[in-house]
Design a protein. Sequence first.
Lengths: 224, 298
Amino acid sequence: MLLTDADLEAIWLTVRLAGITTAILFVLGTPVAWWLARTRSVWKGPIGAVVALPLVLPPSVLGFYLLLAMGPNGPVGQLTQALGLGTLPFTFWGLVVASVFYSFPFMVQPLQNAFEAIGERPLEVAATLRASPLDTFFSVALPLAKPGFITAGILTFAHTVGEFGVVLMIGGNIPGVTRVASVQIYDHVEALEYLDAHRLAGVMLVFSFLVLLALYAWRPNARK
Amino acid sequence: MQMSDWDAAQILPRGGVAAWRKARCRAHRFAVSRARAAMRRFLEPLRTVFRNMRLLLGAGLMLAHPLALAEEATLAVAANFTGPMEVIKPAFEQATGHRLSIAYGTVGKFYAQIRNGAPFDVLVSSDEAVPARLEKDGLALPETRYTYAIGKLMLWSGTPGLVDDKGEVLRRGEFRYLAIANPKTAVYGAAAVEVLEKLGLRAQLEPKWVLGENITQTHQFIASGSADLGFVALAQIYKDGQYAPGSYWAVPQALYPLLRQDVVLLARGKDNRAARAFVEYLKSDFAKRVIRAYGYEL
């Protein structure tokens, strides 16, 4: 057997985390990207900058502040406790929340570009044909922006799979809950189990390449 | 571009070439002498400064002998020893004139880095296994290794009154998260697991574990309140008889193995005076006082 059960568990956890994060970000990121692409508000600049912040902040910094914010004394922690959800650090859903923050720009920016590339014209044409704004969005903008959605999905998924610093800071390294593949590899290296580290890293590399290859190979069909 | 003799012959009348050549020589000599003079004028003050500096330096060398041999050493230091190291470093630098640059981290990572050519001269380890392993790899000098401190394990909580002075809190188990350093990679983590095993509580408490990457991160989990309590190094919550706020239990030594922390001179630091001096300095009375002040035994 190439991988231990613990390794497989870590990989499965990583895939779940990346999948859920990507799904949530499709829902959260699309309206933000749409607004950023269409608005003429003075807030476009500041909001755009805030969305891009996780690109710049070191993951360790982001992770540390998330730990403080989500801990029992932080604002988010107080809120989740008041809602009877307990605190988020050291839980799978804590990682999901952190990943959503961390991968936000990777979802919003490709989508925003795709929406901007559509231009006003197709939307105006749709309006003259009596399509409601919602209808226009779903039957004109979404299909035209499909390549953008695919890119955004790939980037978000890949970025979440590769996440390490934030997870290390707020995860607590619990098997099956927060010990994702990147942390598991790190553990192997730290414990001087280089052979296990090589194996898992190799599997991750091949897996990531195959996922990306599949998605990129599929991409040209999307823009027929 | 300068005109050659041949060029001159094309445009000058007969006999003119010799005259032109002479003129050119004169002009050349003149230009050279002016350039030399200018250069001298320019360099003279610099030269004066330089001469004086040599004198000054010579005097300085004779006066400040240790300074003249000052070198810089790069140290890899275990995370749990951060506190005392920050006190020992400036004292060492002042006493010897040497300079230290320090990287704090987990010893497992240092091991990987040293094996792959990291520029460390000394390893101040959190255990005795990694220095021994480096010796076996020929990357450390065996005769330089010794135990500079013995670590103490504490059960600590940021919440006053949560931890009692007999550790009964572990048996009651009325908490959500117990932070320990990763037992696979950190000796304090391995010691904590041994304590839980000796108390027969491992199976019961394992679902509540959260693992810090190292002892510093474990401390952070507890300090931020995210984990209710956890096992840390005494040095992290104790200095000069004062404990950090919260509640704690000094785990009896009988429950875990001696946490010997070794220092060793690495092969790269063999000829580095600063590195050798530091390995010696860590045995000095001053260093020992600092190490004890942080709650280590010796």
